[in-house]
Design a binder for this molecule. Sequence first.
Ligand code: XMP
Length: 396
Amino acid sequence: MERVLFITGMGCEKCEAKVKAALEAVPGVSKAVVSRVAGEAVVTYDGTATDDQLVAAVSALEHYPVSGILDGNLRPESMERITTPALAEAFIDAQVDLLRKQIGDGSVLLALSGGVDSSVVAALLIKAVGKQLTAIHVNHGLMRKGESQQVIDVFEKQLGANLIYVDATDRFLDKLAGVAEPESKRKIIGAEFIKVFDEEAAKLSGIGFLGQGTIYPDILESKDGIKAHHNVGGLPDEVKLELVEPLKLLFKDEVRTVGAALGLPDSMVNRQPFPGPGLGVRCVGAITRDRLEAVRESDAILREEFAKAGLDKKVWQYFTVVPDFKATGIKDGKRAFEWICIIRAINTRDAMSASIERLDWDFLEKVADRITHEVPGITRCVYDVTKKPTATIEYE
Ligand code: XMP
């Protein structure tokens, strides 16, 4: 369990060590990470230590008043919303200090999907502990066009991260072959992901920490029992890794502000939501490589046209779907019998309900022209005008 103590009066380096020693002397406390920059002590204990004991231990040192104590997973009311680069910089400085103290000269492992949360955690960890971080990027073959390459370019080439890139496309697509039921597809993708990650992790030695892109809504939803909060599980039980979750008290908009301040590209920081199972749930029915490629290429065209028209900054989520369903058409003067591409563009606040973006007709026609002429296997495009409810945002 974790408690956060807010401590004032810590004017010098030495006081950190004194406060740390005092807290770690409390029965049941296994570790205390004390930061003068953040004015915080993060105390890990087995549940037996009481708040009074923790406060008493620091108060006995006399010079360092404790101004507050909180469950480590609770966002303090006094915590200012990170809305500006200056606030993001202050957060980054405090976290870098805390991360260095928590990790020491240990090694950290992180599953880096390329999504906003894991990317920002990776950038923070690189800033704090550099090569002590090993990031694993598993390409499950269901990524959008160019996405894995961007992870390599940004993290390995620009930020100099220790990155292990695993192209597991064949493994995933072989496991998914012939599986049409949506929840079975999700389960296979989730289980295979953990397997690949674990196999790679097992090749490393001396890892003591596991970085995670947990954000505050994950904590709130796990408290409410809506979802399990750890999105990467599955490491063998005997591997006891200490969690490193520097974003766990931040809301999504704050994560984006911090990501921008860390220098991550706009396309990564302001990425629209993308489901974990990726294009797999947009290649409706049993996934085949050719139809998956049609989803990927049509999605890339849609995203390119949205960006050109400035709609990427305005619309919450937009994507293409290619179901396992064909219709007649004419291509190169000959009868064709090919797939239909569905275009979807929605706006929402919380993804619980969604309205349709009323796209300009000329714009839609241009996108449909490009998709039907540039993407093999597609003769026809349709625009989905169904709100949530009754429809969900995704098709599976
Ligand atoms: P639905 O389709 O339920 O989607 O209206 C609501 C939001 O959640 C995203 N979504 C997922 N995200 N794993 C995820 O990480 C999933 O399995 C998943 N399914 C849906 C969806 O893109 C939308 O933003």
